[in-house]
Design a binder for this molecule. Structure first.
Ligand code: HEM
Ligand SMILES: [Ca+2]
Length: 754
């Protein structure tokens, strides 16, 4: 009987995994002692900001190893599916003593809270871990690894898959000017990356004490368990002259499932999965606190008087940026996501949203001087989260998916009022197929260079290099203007050589290839094949041009082996959108889950809700307006993602958010409504009491007067001053004059109906 043997199998495999973790750690230490693995960047090969993995992920990865080890032992022994075994042993305590997810967060305080937690926990009251930082990616389909959790390297026919670098050189040809997207700005690329770093940050394996693992050392032991180097063929026309046969690549740390029980190898998202501005504020309390000034609800800014209002500086250069030796004040920046310095367009968007936060906090404090730093910070953060969601669902996604898909997944925001729609049984978490393939479509939109103050700067000179942003006359403005003035590359199989040869390059010939990395990452994560995902999405045949499909077939030989990133990115786009139908389906499903599964989605009713008037203000926001409000630019396109025919926006005419709708207590009276049936009235609304400190008011208040109307002109007949509180005439506060209340109410009802 399975359950009789199982305890023994489990305890034996736990001991075995313990031993292998000890051995692996010892090996990591040895490599670090020998100086092979080093903290910080070296001049060769790929050591970009994606490798700045948090130490917390390392601890979770040990639990991941236990979960995988036990599962493997049990499945091997009983030759049953994981699900069948789970059913046999239901009710037993979890395998892992040190499961990172065994103690569910206490969600009682969050039930009534207006604000998201910093780490995303308790957004879902019943599943407090859903969408929280440091939890696993979900999947659309089960993972497909080689033997158990080994990266997929074998064709369905048993032969080795083509090398990732070979697929890159043969299929992901260099993008050329003729491939430019006619109608989408380079800002579409930049915002896509900014959004993507809000919702996902994979945890790439690190070595001893956080050192970068070098999987390309000549040492015979180079294939450590987290190494999965990208082999460079000897006939590689670009890399071979530099004698390179290996591109560094480490696997993502494993994590157990949320139930910490038996399961496949899963990967960890270090950021909150929700669209909540975590790239600005951080995904854990420590990071968030380190970014705040703790006065007036604002975030810290750099202290350089020559270039004010920049992000705070990373004075220790913990992100290993390239800093000019001679100019001492040029440093990289700190933000809620460590990848902020990857390239200046990303850092510029970070800066603009940090400024927008500080502007909003200041605007709110001017109106509510009793609000503490904490309330101001949280209210401003709540508004920024809403603005990011509004730009995403209202402006960005329609440009990528087209309107038919937006409608069919109910992704468009409404134009007024709050909506119902939260589904507590929807898991919002980022799906592995989305993070590892579909949303990387943006890599194909990357141009060779950024346009900057009249010149073009190649990306290879911009990676991890903040110098352009330190321009006294607006480095940020220069980069942003360039993004608005220039097109993106088309979403297709072609990628810029700046990222397929020169990614994070510090020495000629020693850059990395992002197309190969995407493919290799898909294998590392066990991403199902393209045809499986296409079938999952019910996509019909012929979504590639014949030449593209035959090129894929020629490279892979077996259609079932064709992988999701190359085949997905090269599909012909859906009507009105920029990605093909399989990626569109994966992206739409993900953003549907991020909307339905986010209790704090900005349009929803509930304890956390914005008032309809506040929502009006948020819905007026566009990316262009945010840019206008936070740069020195004068005239920019009104649609930041469009490059053709977008009318221009004069920044001086862009109004600020009307903070009156965030004022505690009664808002201003609205205008008198016309006189009807000898009655006229006006309304004011209470914007409190939350987050106001005291209970100042509730609902609406009506002010009713008797009136007469002659030739369309309203004249006052009797001043009555009837004020009726608590929505719709339930209770009367004060009556002056001669009208008795029941008569007024009767008449007033008629007025309301008109
Ligand atoms: C110059 C621009 C960009 C550079 C240099 C860049 C670079 C990278 C690198 C090095 C990785 C890690 C790859 C790995 O090890 O698996 C990555 C991941 C990713 N990139 Fe980009 N990228 C850029 C633009 C974009 C854009 C425009 C998008 C989307 C519209 C995007 C979406 C993603 C996503 C979704 C991931 C996976 C993130 C994760 O799970 O941690 N990137 N990118
Ligand atoms: Ca987030």
């Amino acid at each position: 009987m399975v359950s009789d043997d199982i305890s023994w199998i489990i305890s034996r495999s736990l001991r075995r995994v313990e031993r292998s973790i000890r051995d692996a750690n010892a090996l990591d230490k040895l490599f670090s002692d020998k100086g092979i693995d080093q903290k910080g960047v070296r001049n060769k090969d790929l050591f970009g900001p994606h490798l700045l993995t948090s130490p917390r992920a390392k601890n979770i990865s040990d639990a991941g190893m236990f979960s995988i080890g036990v599962t493997k032992a049990v499945v091997d022994r009983f030759n049953m599916s994981i699900q069948a075994i789970k059913e046999q042993i239901r009710g037993r305590p979890p395998v892992l003593d040190h499961c990172p997810f065994s103690i569910a967060p206490d969600c009682t305080p969050s039930m009534m809270s207006r604000y998201r937690t910093i780490d995303g926990s308790c957004n879902n009251i019943f599943n407090g871990f859903w969408g929280a930082s440091f939890t696993p990616f979900e999947r659309m389909l089960p993972a497909v690894y080689d033997y158990f959790d080994k990266p997929r390297q074998t064709s369905v026919k048993g032969l080795p898959l083509p090398l990732a670098r070979t697929i890159s050189t043969r299929f992901h040809l260099p993008s050329v000017p003729a491939n430019l997207m006619r109608d989408r700005s380079h800002m579409t690329m930049a915002f896509g990356q900014f959004l993507s770093y809000d919702i996902q940050r994979n945890a790439l394996a690190t070595g001893y004490d956080g050192a970068n693992i070098d999987c390309c050392t000549d040492n015979v032991e180079r294939r450590r368990h987290n190494c999965f180097p990208i082999e460079i063929p000897t006939d590689d026309t670009y890399y071979s002259p530099f004698n390179r046969t290996c591109m560094n690549f480490v696997r993502a740390f494993p994590t157990p499932n949320l139930d910490c029980y038996l399961g496949q190898r899963e990967q960890l998202n270090q950021n909150t999965h929700y669209i909540d501005g975590s790239q600005i504020y951080g995904s854990d309390q420590f990071t968030s606190d380190s970014l705040r000034s703790f006065t007036g609800g604002t975030l810290k800014t750099g202290l350089d008087p020559d270039i004010p209002n920049m992000l705070p500086k990373d004075t220790n250069n913990s992100a290993n940026c390239i800093l000019p030796q001679l100019i001492s004040n040029v440093q990289c920046f700190m933000a809620g996501d460590v990848r902020v310095n990857e390239q200046p367009a990303l850092a510029s968007l970070h800066t603009i949203f940090m400024r927008e936060h500080n502007r909003i906090a200041t605007g709110l404090s001017a109106l509510n001087n009793s609000w503490s730093d904490q309330v101001l910070f949280e209210e401003a953060r709540k508004i920024i989260g809403a603005i990011l969601q509004h730009i995403t669902y209202n402006e960005y996604l329609p440009e990528i998916l087209g309107s038919a898909i937006m409608y069919s997944y109910d992704l468009y925001p409404r134009s007024y009022g709050n909506i119902h729609g939260y589904q507590s049984n929807t898991n919002p978490s980022i799906r592995n197929e989305f993070a590892t393939a579909a949303f990387r479509f943006g890599h194909s939109m990357v141009h060779d260079s950024l346009k900057y103050r009249g010149s073009s700067l190649l990306f290879k000179d911009l990676f991890n290099n903040p110098t352009t942003l330190y321009h006294a006359n607006g480095g940020i403005d220069g980069i942003i203007k360039g993004l608005l003035d220039w097109q993106s590359q088309k979403v297709d199989e072609r990628l810029s050589q700046q990222i397929t040869r020169n990614l994070f390059e510090r020495q000629s010939g020693f850059g990395a290839d992002l197309a190969a990395i995407n493919i290799q990452r898909g294998r590392d994560h066990g991403i199902p094949s393209y045809l499986s995902m296409k079938a999952f999405c019910n996509v019909s045949d012929n979504v590639h041009s014949p030449s593209v499909w035959s090129s894929l077939k020629g490279i892979y030989n077996v259609s079932e082996d064709i992988e999701l990133f190359p085949a997905g990115v090269s599909e012909q786009p859906v009507t009105g959108g920029k990605v093909g139908p399989t990626f569109a389906c994966i992206i739409a499903k993900q953003f549907e889950a991020l909307k339905k599964g986010d209790r704090y989605y900005y349009e929803y009713f509930g304890n956390q809700a914005f008032t309809p008037k506040q929502l009006d203000e948020i819905r007026k926001t566009t990316l262009s307006k945010v840019i206008c409000r936070n740069t020195g630019l004068h005239t920019i396109p009104s649609k930041a993602f469009r490059i053709d025919n977008s009318p221009y926006l004069r920044c001086s005419s862009v109004s600020d958010i009307d903070y009156n709708h965030w004022k505690c207590g009664w808002l201003e009276w609205e205008l008198w409504r016309p006189c009807v049936n000898f009655i006229r009235f006006r309304i004011r609304t209470c914007s409190g009491p939350r987050p106001c400190a005291t209970h100042v008011c509730t609902g609406n208040s009506f002010h009713v007067e008797m009136c007469d109307s002659h030739a369309g002109v309203d004249i006052l007949r009797i001043r009555t001053n009837i004020r009726i509180f608590e929505s719709m005439l339930k209770q009367e506060e004060k009556i002056n004059g001669t009208v008795d209340l029941s008569t007024a109410q009767d008449l007033f009802k008629d007025v309301i109906r008109q």
